[in-house]
Structure formats: C-alpha cells, structure tokens
Design a protein around this ligand. Structure first.
Ligand code: ADP
Ligand code: ZN
Length: 217
C-alpha cells in the first residue's frame, strides 16, 4: 500500500504518519527529515537545502525530486510507503507519477490532515523535537517527562530553527500557494482521505483509518 500524507506545516502530519506506518508496516519517507539529516551531516545537499528551509521557502524541485526518487528505488519495506512532505508542488506530483510508473507502482490514497491556522501557530511554536531520533514533543500539550530530554532515546530535545512565528507564517503562505492545489489534483482521482486534527490526533487518526478502510485499504 502506497500512501501520501498532506497537510499544512505543523498540521500534525508526522504524528499521524507514524501511527499509520506502524499499523501497516510501511516505509516512512519524510523529505523534511531527509533534509534535516543532510543538514546535520553537512552534506552538499544539506548546505543547499538549509538556505531555503530557514526562510520557510521550498527547496528547488529538481534537488527534491532526485532525493525522493533515490529513496523510492531503495525501499526498505515490501509492504509499501508513506510519503510525508512530498509532493509539495504540482511539478513534484507529476514527477512522482512518472517515477512510480517506471517502477510499476502507484499511489493508493492521499491522507489529508486538516488543521486551522491558529491551532498550527500555537502548536508549532511550542513544539520540540529530539535532536537524535526526531521524536516530537510539545512544551504546552505533550511535554517530555524530563524537560529537554527525549522520552524515547534520552537525546536532547530542541526547537527546530524554522519553528519560530515568522518562519511558520512564511511556511503557511508557501503551503497555500504551492501545495494546497494538490488537494484538487488528487481529489480528481478520488484518492483523498480526510482527518480533522483540530481536537486531537486520536480523532484524526480514527477518521483516516475509516477513510482508508472505505477505499478497501
Ligand atoms: P513542515 O511540514 O512542518 O513544514 P517538513 O519537515 O515537512 O515540515 O519540511 C521542512 C522544510 O523542508 C519545508 O519548509 C521546506 O523548506 C523543506 N521541504 C520539505 N519537503 C519539501 C519538498 N517536497 N519540496 C521542497 N521543499 C521541501
Ligand atoms: Zn530521541
């Protein structure tokens, strides 16, 4: 089963993706995580990506598409994958169609996490992530047991450099302009499965699980 997860930045895509990935044993391909890994390792890709990410802009399509293509050709799970943070532009979606076609594969559903802007700005600016394993916490709503220490691996929790109010606003603007049109792109194919994440991630995940089941997944 091959899935895409979409939603505004900070909508709770990552949390939802983690639950669905574990349930179905899927490979989780997060472009944000791949970029952050490259930035941490100071690779040429990381150095290029950082200049865009810190502004809340998108990394150019050609670089991003090549990175995802490479991952899709080297999947770890034979059960399928969740693409998280990709595609983010129509050009990326069209490139994805071509890549999957060449691999004899296709997308089975697009999970769409719906969250209001006010909720997003509040949640993202209080978010903390583990430097080591990427686990996500929130100082207001989901604090780690010991402040600054990851519950999962004991690593240090930090604020992402793009999780400040100004950059979050540009990320939301970029999302509206470039990524929101993809909802119509996939709705036209009958692939959208919606979950509302304004109240809790449990209700959002339940709605998405029900939607996937309706598609026979
Ligand atoms: P969020 O969805 O919370 O903004 P991500 O971790 O998915 O966070 O992405 C962080 C940043 O990485 C984005 O703001 C963007 O700069 C870059 N990025 C991630 N995925 C893509 C993509 N598919 N195309 C271009 N840039 C991307
Ligand atoms: Zn950790």
């Amino acid at each position: 089963m091959n899935l895409i997860i979409m939603g505004a930045p900070g909508s709770g895509k990552g949390t939802t993706a983690t639950v669905i990935r574990e349930k179905f044993g899927l490979d989780h391909i997060s472009t944000g995580d791949l970029f952050r890994y490259n930035i941490k390792e100071n690779t040429p890709l990381g150095i290029e990506a950082k200049s865009y990410i810190d502004k809340g802009a998108l990394v150019p399509d050609d670089v991003t598409i090549r990175m995802v293509e490479d991952r899709l050709k080297n999947l770890k799970s034979d059960k399928g994958f969740i693409l998280d943070g990709f595609p983010r532009t129509i050009a990326q979606a069209e490139a994805l169609d071509k890549i999957l076609e060449a691999l004899g594969s296709k997308i089975d559903a697009v999970m769409y996490v719906v969250t209001d802007d006010e909720v997003i700005i509040d949640r993202v600016t209080t978010r903390r992530v583990c430097e080591k394993c990427g686990a996500s916490f929130n100082i207001k709503y989901m604090p780690s047991k010991v402040e600054g220490v990851c519950d999962v691996c004991g690593g240090k929790t930090i604020q992402r450099s793009d999780d400040n109010p100004e950059t979050v606003q540009s990320r939301l603007d970029t999302y509206r302009k470039n990524t929101a049109p993809l909802i119509d792109f996939y709705a036209a194919r009958g692939l959208i499965v919606e979950g509302n994440n304004n109240v809790s991630s449990d209700t959002c995940i339940k709605e998405i699980e029900d939607g996937l089941a309706k598609l026979g997944l």
